[in-house]
Design a protein around this ligand. Structure first.
Ligand SMILES: Cc1ncc(C[n+]2csc(CCOP(=O)(O)OP(=O)(O)O)c2C)c(N)n1
Ligand SMILES: [Mg+2]
Length: 517
């Protein structure tokens, strides 16, 4: 297209396509209509409708974690962006590259403070960089630098684009693709210093892996290092994306509760962090330290934004060591008649996972036991809720399924969290996604009951009970799924769960299994 034949909106979409962006999770309104038109005029971008913006942003997160390439969202003004902020918060914590495109009123209309006017930039700044289009000559350049920011950080960036600049013909030529921005490399000095720390500390060293230190190659490098020095390996508590199973070492997550995490780290002479932040407690509890590792023990190899995989490979070359040969043990399996509990669910799901599956995990009830069991499962990829804003698991599974249509995707999902963004089921249905949603139906906000106990309230009054129970009325997940045209079953035993999982995978398309816990 020549510059004078295209609108600003065309130029924006073209700049995104040329930079390799292939999916746009959208819930547009009046101020984004030229962009909606552009999605038809410019080939190469798949537009996916989400029925709430937090579905769009969570799906963009899941997509980009799997594709390794920025995803785009298209959101309506400040309120649309605000609806998507919880999952953008999670994406920021996951260091996921996302570019939000948010329409604004026409530049000449903004001064009148019409009803939908708000401070979009202020909202966007809470999750990452903000780029505002201020003339019709710069729309594709602004988009291109927002995409570069998202890849380089990696993280969230937002483009605010007034409607008139979208509509007018673009008076700039669309930027040709340059080299893709990428994570910063760790310098050789830092790597040799870490090697020295590892040698000095021997088995008293601990390595905490996160970010891209959880690829298969990076974990194998860490395993070599650990076999040579005795260093103990841990994975961050909520990894954005971790490869697991299929003969990889069993690298457990650092425990969630701070007492247990402090106990795990207390004897460490050095805590080498690779692709992770220094570990801190998820919440502050009176009398329990916020900083989990012993004072002065943390030694950064690679920050989450840096290339931890490359740093680990270099470090393994310096340290030496070989990947130990271990016999793989099959996943322990409960009897067919075993009732469903967190632990029998974790084991059954781990045992039934097909090769190359993706598992989006949200909620502790079956999430933690699954991680324990899944080390012995077939090779798979785990995605977790990195920022703790619930309502992430179903959108994340949706986005992952769109990024990898040939891989079976599972959403191992607690019920309360699932209801924040249950309409993700509708998009799974219309896009024919291969997602099997496994709902841990305990009909409660169970983790909050545990937290009430930790805060000294073990005998709940009626209000505390009401604020943590989902049992009255009891949510019928099978009916809910059916309403979105998603096939659904209920499982009450381990045998039923395995059978329905196998059947769902064989049938393809979206499927929901309500697991009666
Ligand atoms: C956006 C957001 N709102 C509220 C919370 C507080 N919160 C944490 S866990 C939870 C309930 C979880 O219940 P469920 O998903 O059913 O998990 P389970 O019963 O398996 O513990 C709530 C409301 C949160 N973390 N994020
Ligand atoms: Mg629950």
């Amino acid at each position: 297209m020549s510059a004078d034949a295209i609108t600003g909106a065309d130029a924006l979409v073209l700049a995104a396509v040329r930079a390799g962006v292939r999916a746009c999770f959208a819930n547009p309104g009046t101020t984004e209509m030229p962009l909606v038109t552009a999605l038809d005029r410019v080939p190469g971008m798949r537009a996916v409708l989400g029925l709430h913006e937090n579905v769009c942003t969570g799906a963009a997160d899941g997509y980009a974690r799997i594709a390794g390439q920025a995803a785009m969202t298209l959101l309506h003004l400040g309120p649309g962006l605000a609806n998507g902020l919880a999952n953008l918060h999670n994406a920021r914590r996951a260091h996921t590259p996302i570019v939000n495109v948010v329409g604004d009123h026409a530049s000449w209309h903004l001064q009148y403070d019409a009803p939908l006017t708000s401070d979009i930039a202020a909202l966007a700044a809470t999750v990452g960089a903000v780029h505002t289009v201020t003339s019709r000559n710069s729309i594709s350049r602004v988009m291109r630098s927002a995409i570069d920011d998202a890849h380089r950080s990696p993280g969230v960036s937002t483009v605010v684009v007034p409607a008139d600049y979208q509509q007018h013909s673009a008076s700039e030529s669309v930027a040709e693709p340059g080299t893709r921005a990428s994570r910063g490399r760790v310098d050789a000095d830092r790597i040799s210093q870490v090697a020295k720390h590892l040698r000095d500390a021997g088995p008293a060293a601990m390595m905490l892996l996160g970010g891209n230190a959880l690829t298969r190659a990076a974990q194998e490098a860490a395993w070599r290092i650990s076999s040579a020095t005795g260093a103990v390996l841990f994975c961050e508590t909520f990894p954005a994306r971790a490869e697991r199973g299929g003969g990889l070492p069993n690298i457990d997550r650092l425990p969630y509760f701070p007492e247990q995490a402090v106990a795990a780290l207390k004897d460490a002479a050095a805590v080498i962090v690779a692709g992770a932040d220094e570990p801190v407690a998820y919440f502050g509890y009176e009398g329990i330290p916020s900083v989990l590792s012993p004072p002065g023990a943390v030694v950064p190899l690679a920050r989450p934004q840096e290339d931890a995989e490359a740093a680990l490979l270099d470090l393994a070359e310096i340290i030496g060591g070989t990947v130990p040969s271990v016999r793989s043990t099959p996943v322990e399996q409960p009897d067919d008649a075993a009732p469903l509990t967190g632990s029998t669910v974790g084991q059954s799901v781990a045992a039934s996972l097909p090769e190359d599956a993706i598992v989006s995990v949200e909620g502790g009830t079956s999430g933690y036991p699954f991680y324990t069991a899944s080390a012995a499962a077939r090779a798979h990829t785990v995605l977790t809720n990195t920022g703790g804003a619930i309502g992430q698991g179903l959108p994340c599974a949706l986005g992952a399924a769109i990024a990898a249509p040939d891989r079976p995707v599972f959403a191992l999902q607690s019920d309360g969290s699932g209801l924040y963004t249950a309409q993700a089921l509708w998009t799974m249905s219309r896009e024919r996604c291969n997602v099997v949603v496994l709902i841990a139906a305990n009909h409660s906000y169970n983790v909050l009951r545990t937290e009430l106990g930790r805060h000294g309230n073990s005998h709940f009054g009626p209000q505390a009970n009401a604020l943590t129970s989902l049992a009255d009325p009891c949510i019928d997940w099978v009916a809910l799924a059916n309403a979105f045209d998603v096939t659904a079953n209920r499982a009450t035993t381990a045998g039923e769960l395995r059978k329905t999982m196998d059947d769902a995978v064989a049938a393809g398309g979206p499927h929901l299994i309500e697991m009666a816990l």
